[in-house]
Design a protein around this ligand. Structure first.
Ligand code: NAD
Length: 277
């Protein structure tokens, strides 16, 4: 009776729109992905991104550095990608090895090529409501998911669990821009259930498996599970999906937000390419 909010269909719609815009460019857009080290999960995500980009007609290449790379080496690569005219946008895959300061690396990315939308320049533009921000992929993916599945946002109570710079905070701003009344919860929030129970839209982005149980969810709500935690070789979300789907619309993990994140990244590359002189 309640909808399983799958990501595949909205992701396909975003990708086919990106392909159409790519054709209008009259040239191939260029994407680079910087991967430092060989974390198996990161390698898998990067492979998926490169494959999808190639299938959308984007010239995508991997820039790999060893686990032992220094911050200066990563910064040198970032600066060369900033100058590289064949590259319209690039990302530095997180997480970085601990000897490297992720903020320093992120802030070295030219904002016009920041297709993850993680630099302070793009996050600032988002906060200021400026239309030329490159928006972060996962939060925008969640918005596209809600739109695709017909969730109404105006005047509704949206609760976001998680306040990271890459998911929770930008998502709260995007929901606010669509006239939702937004509550942000985090690890120090007292009585989480009291907040989540009144949510018409509930977004779980904590990275804590099974954090959201059915008795924490309002009947008929839209619940989007952003969490991805590897448990015993499987990826688990933050939501107890089998129980929650009996009383609310809910996205699965895997097969929910993940495909949208990749599709938005590619859409951002085409957007960045179309803005270049
Ligand atoms: P993060 O660790 O930076 O932030 C987690 C946030 O959750 C923090 O703000 C913390 O305060 C909050 N939190 C932690 N435990 C909590 C609890 N018990 N109750 C309430 N709040 C709690 O993580 P992130 O980068 O924002 O990512 C969040 C999750 O989303 C992770 O599982 C990550 O793997 C996943 N993710 C998935 C995609 C995707 O494409 N599907 C993309 C990005 C992130």
């Amino acid at each position: 009776m309640y909808k399983t909010l799958t990501g595949r269909e909205p992701a396909e719609a975003i990708l086919s729109d990106a392909k159409r815009r790519a054709q209008a460019l009259g040239r191939s857009a260029g994407l680079a992905i910087v991967l430092v080290g060989s974390d198996p999960a990161s390698e898998l995500y990067v492979k998926k991104k490169l494959e999808k980009a190639a299938s959308a007609g984007v010239n995508a290449r991997l820039e790999k550095l060893p686990e032992t790379a220094t911050e200066s080496e990563v910064l040198r690569l970032v600066k060369s990608l900033n100058r590289d005219t064949s590259i319209d946008g690039f990302i530095v895959q997180a997480p970085l090895p601990k000897q490297i300061d992720p903020i320093r690396v992120l802030e070295a990315i030219e904002p016009g090529k920041d297709v993850d939308g993680w630099t302070s320049a793009n996050l600032g533009k988002l906060a200021a409501g400026m239309a030329d921000a490159l928006l972060p992929a996962t939060p925008l993916g969640v918005m596209k998911m809600l739109e695709f599945h017909g969730a109404e946002l105006r005047g509704k109570h949206a609760v976001v669990i998680g306040r990271s710079n890459v998911v929770g905070k930008p998502l709260a701003l995007l929901l606010l821009a669509k006239d939702a009344t937004v509550t942000i919860c985090h690890s120090k929030t007292q009585n989480l259930a009291q907040h989540t129970k009144s949510a018409d839209i509930l977004i779980a982005a904590a990275g804590v498996p099974n954090l959201v149980k059915a008795d924490m969810v309002k009947s008929g709500a839209f619940v989007i599970d952003v969490g991805t935690t590897r448990v015993g070789g499987k990826t688990q979300g933050d939501v107890d999906f089998p129980a929650v789907i009996k009383k609310a619309n809910c996205s699965p993990v895997p097969g929910g937000v993940g495909p949208l994140t990749v599709a938005i990244l590619i859409s951002n590359v085409i957007e960045a390419a179309s803005r270049r002189p």
